[in-house]
Design a protein around this ligand. Structure first.
Ligand code: PLP
Length: 353
């Protein structure tokens, strides 16, 4: 096993979920493991995690913990829609491309309508057109708008852009959902209050990612619009998302939020991506695809360079968005890891460039 772990150590740019559990989350799980606690969320850890999230967002939101992001997104979206409604989202969104139709499944057939937009962000005119092009009974009535922050392409909606999205959603009578699998990375870059990036801009429900932030498992679903959370507990239970030992989903949030690690760990991932971007920009034959704003860098290089890099044992994705190589940094990435990757890429680019 030691060998396996050592080998994987070099392969960690494929996704931020290649990383392990960060110490603050693990210590909290260990603390939660001392003794008995009530089950199904009726325990002090869950109560405390909910309180800390309400403090963080400066509002009396409703909070639920589920196992993963697909469940969080699809159950949250299902709670916004009837089966005859539709959900508008970006064509590269995780909800559309990486959740195996879960939103349609859990909402009993709600249709997803796609819009485009630069840098992974929804184009507001396209959203408006999608809502207004048909108003007849034959068209699946648009009811929700889903955006991702940080986006699948590692870009961010600024506070002003979020306010514009929120304003449009209100005007078009759409509920606003935010996929925040990397919400912490967005906050770390933008330096804005979490409240400004969510409910103050009109977000009704946020899926706040814990896993990619450094936890073993678990995402928080945060309803700022409490009416929408009505009977959401039943939805979670029916979908197999009600943890009986809930304290182990909740405790890591306590550890991350109390220590501030949710933000400092995300800032490390962002800083490593910034370093990687700077190093890659120096390499002839390597291009950068999108403005790097969070913890990923999308690079362009020849298929020969990609193959040679993989030959050297590096893992990275090339199927996200419209292609290119995606290098994802995590809480665990170090400057040394970045430099090793950059040195290898530089070496293979000069040979195959
Ligand atoms: C990782 C990710 C999720 C969650 O994915 P799961 O594998 O279901 O936990 C959701 N949205 C985005 C944008 C992601 O990158």
């Amino acid at each position: 096993m030691t060998d396996g772990v050592d080998t994987v150590k070099k392969y960690q740019f494929a996704s931020d979920n290649y990383a392990g559990i960060c110490p603050e989350a693990l210590q909290a799980m260990e603390a939660a493991n001392r003794g008995y606690a009530c089950s199904y969320g009726d325990d002090p850890w869950t109560e405390k995690a909910c309180r800390l999230l309400r403090d963080l967002f400066e509002t009396d939101c409703e909070v639920f913990f589920v196992f993963n992001g697909t469940a969080a997104n699809s159950l949250a979206l299902a709670s916004l829609c009837h089966s005859y409604n539709s959900i508008i989202c970006h064509e590269t969104s995780h909800v559309e491309t990486d959740e195996c139709g879960a939103s349609e499944f859990f909402s009993n057939g709600t249709k997803i309508l796609l819009v485009s937009g630069g840098h992974g962000k929804v184009d507001l005119e396209a959203v408006e057109h999608t809502v207004k092009r048909r108003t007849d009974i034959h068209y699946p009535k648009p009811k929700a708008l889903s955006i991702t922050q940080a986006t699948e392409l590692g870009t961010l909606y600024s506070v002003e852009e979020l306010q514009a999205v929120g304003e449009l959603a209100r005007r078009l009578d759409l509920k606003l959902h935010m996929d925040g699998a990397r919400f912490a990375n967005a906050v770390a870059t933008l330096g804005a209050a979490p409240a400004e990036l969510t409910w103050k801009a009109g977000v009704d429900v946020l899926c706040f990612g814990g896993t990619k932030n450094g936890m073993a498992v678990g995402e928080a679903i945060i309803f700022f619009n409490r009416d929408l959370a009505s009977e959401f507990d039943y939805r979670c239970k029916q979908a197999g998302q009600l943890a009986s030992k809930m304290r182990f989903l909740a405790a890591p949030w306590v550890g991350m939020l109390e220590s501030g690690a949710w933000l400092t760990r995300a800032a490390n991932a962002n800083a490593c991506a910034a370093r990687l971007e700077a190093r890659l920009r120096e390499i002839p034959g390597v291009g950068i695809r999108f403005p790097r704003q969070a913890n990923s860098v999308f690079a362009d290089f020849s298929p020969e360079v990609a193959a040679a890099l993989q030959e050297r044992g590096w893992h990275f994705y090339s199927f996200i968005g419209s292609g290119g190589a995606r290098f994802m940094c995590s809480w665990e990435t170090t400057e040394a890891d970045v430099d090793l990757l950059a040195a290898d890429l530089s070496a293979v680019a000069s040979r195959h460039g």
